[in-house]
Design a protein around this ligand. Structure first.
Ligand SMILES: CC(C)CCC[C@@H](C)[C@H]1CC[C@H]2[C@@H]3CC=C4C[C@@H](O)CC[C@]4(C)[C@H]3CC[C@]12C
Length: 882
């Protein structure tokens, strides 16, 4: 496993309470089979894993000693931290962070923050927080947003962790209170509108409307969501509530809410008890320093001294200290490390803050104020309050998730019906798609995106520059908006009416929301997902070596490239092709492809598209899939392997293989890397995929031009959220921009620097009812089709003949589960036998070579189609895989 280094999968300390901060899914019927393989993995990676801990909210005692019912706001914390670069995933930037009322914001500099020039912000109560004391690292994974941070010193690390914990706790309690208020209002029949007003929400009419539409609303109520809810007529209201009635189990939600109600009454009782206990207790207790740190406003940057020696620049944080006028150094000093590393507050719970607490720097000390004390009983009550609040939060979250799922289905159905309506209205042309002539409207593009410079070379250390990586750049948003408008006006390409291939699958995909994914992922921390066996209900009836073939869905872009004289324009088509392979991911986040068995093969002969493709699983440790395709217009090969890192809520997938394309007409040989794919909210039904990073396309046989494509990370601030944005530039030898193009990877690409600005690529419309068929595109639907004519020609190792996958496709999920297990056992047995004989598996159709940059690559040995033709696979020795 040389290639598998796991900084992220290794993030989580399995000995800690891994449930903390995560959606707690109900206990599941995870079969032992699926965790069986995990034990080896966990021990193998324990060295990396043990440095990381998931922070449990209760591990740090940060509640205010005064009166927790007030939800006393923890103090602000600000200062520089190092933030990991998004692409390449190495090196660190210095960024200025401000933590205030549970929201962490950051900018390049302190001045940028003051000027409101934000780079990002995150509600930390939604994030799983993991820390590494050894390297002073803090990770926050909110599902949508992922921050990797590092403090410059142990002291600062300590303070930040304390602060972050305090703010998380505060924010969570605050949310629980808001929910409590709404629930009470709903259950007592008081006006939600009134509550909305009390909570400072403006759009009261839509509130009332929403309430009447849904009957009883259970779940997260947030002002923006509600005000966004469209106005609908009463007929539609009926339909919507009918939908909710049918597809969702209202009883389980109601039960969950009743439980919340009970917990909330108990909370109320506890809070009152705590109030009555109020009064000064004098002795310092463990965790006291954490509490002081939590409550104070702190600036963690050394104040600059003016010439007169007076410290300036921290009036906000100093004022409170000055007002209190207390000598703090003494306090901090008296709170020695023995106080701090104890976990007595929590009994058996594990302390997560650094065991050794170094003395707090003077300039921070001077900002600290004296503690307020709480008695032992008071603390116990605080603990109980926290636990109960968390339980309420978890319950509400699960109700919210159920509703979110319904919402998603509703959206998909809506989307589907509009697509169908479009198709029915004969909106589309019937001819074979030609991407070039889909001339679209021109717009006056602004010049501000016309700079293709700045590629980062600083891999190792600290960088203070803003790079052209997947962090947003100003100007992009407006260009993308315009590209997008132009693309939507371009005609859809039409899948030829009758290819003679199937247009649907034999059975619907199984519902898999109940499968305990969390347990599987946590059991397999530090392990390649490509080697984790999952319950069949989580699989799609496609194999990874077939999935690789999906990247050829838009092979016509390569045909066009091979017929384009101009090298710069040619490069644009190559770039569009590189992007097009990602489009399908938009609809594919609920299932995982089958892991190919070692020696499994797959062919795809597409006379209509003019290419033939073969792939083989050539290596098992690490898993490598090799493929090769040729046509008159191009050859394409790649070997794909990927690492994955699980951060608590998100899963990052880093493919390491390089894609190669040659064009016979011009002797071009292009190669490019792939970007990171992130499965956000992997444990919840709000899962979605994002790609980010930079693709660089080079032509090894000509240095006329290169292409740089940025997959931009989503942005969540400002008025709009842009997701799936891509920006590309073709640069000549001198680095000047010759072409630029962009759009969204799931909607299309527009190039406005062509002689006729045009839409270069637009994905095919999704097939009817695609949601019921794993989200497959037409091309994907066809991949596993086995026709009687084809069957005798295939080698018995072809994925189409793999029984478990076929069973899933036919809807026989239980049979599939059983057979999959058998097939995997057989594979283990085969590798044992080989190892005994001291032999290694030798791939049949690919050979290992070294490319011009010294990388190991797998190339076709050219025998597949020959054998197929003569003597035919029926007459050759084949592996018996199932
Ligand atoms: C655990 C399950 C249910 C969650 C779903 C995981 C899915 C979304 C994951 C599992 C394996 C992943 C694929 C693994 C490898 C690659 C190659 C890369 O070049 C593009 C992304 C792509 C194609 C990934 C897309 C997302 C993927 C399909």
């Amino acid at each position: 496993m040389e290639s598998f280094q796991n900084p992220y999968g290794a993030t989580l300390n399995r000995s800690q309470s891994l449930m903390s901060g995560l959606e707690k899914t109900p206990p599941t019927c995870n079969k032992p089979t699926h965790s069986r393989s995990s034990s080896t993995a966990s021990s193998r990676h324990s060295r990396n894993i043990k440095d990381w801990e998931v922070m449990d909210d209760l591990q740090v005692d940060v509640t205010s000693g005064d009166n927790p019912q007030d939800l006393t706001i923890p103090g602000i914390c600000e200062g520089y931290l190092l933030k990991r670069r998004k692409w390449p995933l190495k090196g660190w930037h210095k960024r200025y962070f401000v933590l205030e009322t549970g929201i962490l914001r950051y900018s390049k500099t302190q001045q940028d923050i003051t000027r409101g020039k934000l780079h990002g912000s995150l509600d930390i109560s939604l994030a799983v927080m993991s820390i590494n004391k050894k390297s002073n690292r803090i990770n926050l994974d909110a599902g949508d947003i992922l921050y990797h941070m590092k403090a410059k010193s142990h002291e600062l690390f300590y303070i930040w962790v304390t602060k972050l914990s305090a703010h998380r706790m505060f924010k969570k309690n605050e949310a629980a209170q808001v929910h409590n208020g709404f629930l009470q209002a709903l259950s007592q029949g008081t006006s939600v509108a009134g509550l909305a007003q009390r909570n400072g929400m403006q759009d009261v009419s839509s509130y009332q409307h929403y309430q009447s539409t849904t009957g009883s609303y259970m779940g997260e109520i947030a002002a923006p969501t509600l005000s966004e809810f469209p106005s609908v007529n009463p007929g539609v209201n009926g339909k919507v509530s009918a939908w909710l009635q049918q597809t969702h189990d209202p009883d389980s939600c109601a039960e969950e809410l009743n439980r919340c109600q009970l917990d909330l009454s108990e909370l109320n009782r506890l809070v009152q008890r705590l109030q009555s206990l109020e009064g000064g207790q004098q002795t310092f207790t463990n965790g006291e320093l954490q509490r002081i740190i939590s409550m104070q406003n702190l600036s963690l940057e050394k104040p600059k001294k003016s010439r007169s020696g007076k410290i300036w620049g921290h009036s906000r944080t100093m004022s409170r200290v000055e007002a209190l006028g207390m000598p703090f150094r003494g306090i901090t000093k008296s709170l020695s490390s023995s106080h701090l590393n104890s976990s007595s507050q929590l009994g058996a719970s594990v302390p997560s803050l650094p065991d050794y607490v170094p003395s707090i720097p003077d300039y921070v000390c001077s900002q600290l104020s004296p503690p307020t004390n709480t008695s032992a009983e008071g603390k116990k009550i605080q603990q109980d309050i926290c636990t109960l609040s968390q339980r309420v939060h978890t319950s509400l979250k699960s109700v919210h998730e159920a509703l979110a799922q319904e919402r998603q289905r509703l959206q998909d159905t809506y989307h589907q019906s509009t697509t169908q309506a479009e198709t029915a209205s004969g909106n589309q042309s019937r001819r074979t798609p030609s991407v070039t002539d889909s001339a679209a409207e021109y717009f006056d593009a602004s010049d501000d995106v016309l700079n293709g410079s700045s590629s980062e070379s600083d891999e190792s250390g600290l960088s203070d520059r803003t790079t052209s990586n997947s962090e947003p750049e100003e100007g992009h948003a407006s260009a993308t908006r315009e590209y997008r408008a132009s693309i939507s006006k371009a005609p859809n390409s039409v899948v030829p009416m009758n290819t003679g291939r199937r247009t649907t699958l034999p059975a619907h995909c199984p519902e898999n929301a109940h499968v305990g994914l969390m347990q599987i992922l946590y059991n397999n921390i530090g392990k390649d997902l490509s080697r984790v066996s999952m319950p069949a209900a989580l699989n799609e009836p496609i194999n990874l070596i077939q999935r690789l073939c999906e990247e050829l869905e838009y092979s016509e872009l390569l045909d066009i490239a091979n017929n384009t004289q101009d090298p710069y324009q040619r490069m644009v088509y190559i770039g569009a092709f590189a992007i097009s392979g990602y489009a399908t991911a938009h609809y594919r986040n609920r299932y995982k492809p089958f892991n190919p068995l070692l020696g499994e093969t797959y062919e795809c002969l597409r006379e209509d598209k003019g290419f033939r493709y073969i792939s083989e699983q050539v290596c098992h440790h690490p898993p490598i899939s090799a493929c090769h395709a040729d046509s008159d217009n191009f050859s394409l090969w790649q070997d794909q392997r990927w690492k994955n890192k699980f951060w608590g809520k998100s899963l990052e997938i880093m493919p390491t293989g390089i894609v190669n394309v040659t064009l016979p007409r011009f002797g071009d040989h292009y190669e490019w890397n792939k970007v990171v794919t992130c499965v956000h909210n992997v444990l919840s039904q709000q899962r979605y995929l994002e790609h980010y990073g930079e693709v660089i396309i080079r032509n090894l046989n000509s240095n006329a031009c290169t292409c740089k494509i940025t997959f931009v990370k989503s942005r969540y601030w400002g008025s709009d959220t842009i997701k799936n944005e891509v920006q590309g530039t073709v640069l000549d030898q001198t680095g000047s921009v010759i072409h630029r193009f962009g759009g969204l990877w799931h909607e299309g690409i527009f190039c406005d620097t062509f002689p006729t600005p045009q839409c270069i690529w637009k994905p095919n419309p999704q097939p009817k009812d695609y949601y019921l068929y794993y989200g497959f595109s037409n091309f994907a639907l066809e991949l596993n089709e086995l026709t009687p004519g084809l069957k005798p020609l295939l080698p018995p190792t072809d994925s189409r003949l793999r029984p478990d996958q076929r069973m899933l496709e036919d809807g026989r999920v239980d049979d599939c589960d059983k057979f999959k297990e058998e097939v995997e056992d057989m594979q283990r047995e085969r590798s044992k036998q080989l190892a005994k004989k001291g032999q290694e598996h030798k791939p049949r159709f690919f050979k290992k070579a070294v490319d011009s940059s010294g990388r190991d690559v797998w190339l076709t040995n050219g025998t597949y189609w020959k054998f197929r033709e003569n003597p035919g696979f029926a007459n050759t020795n084949n592996l018996e895989l199932w």
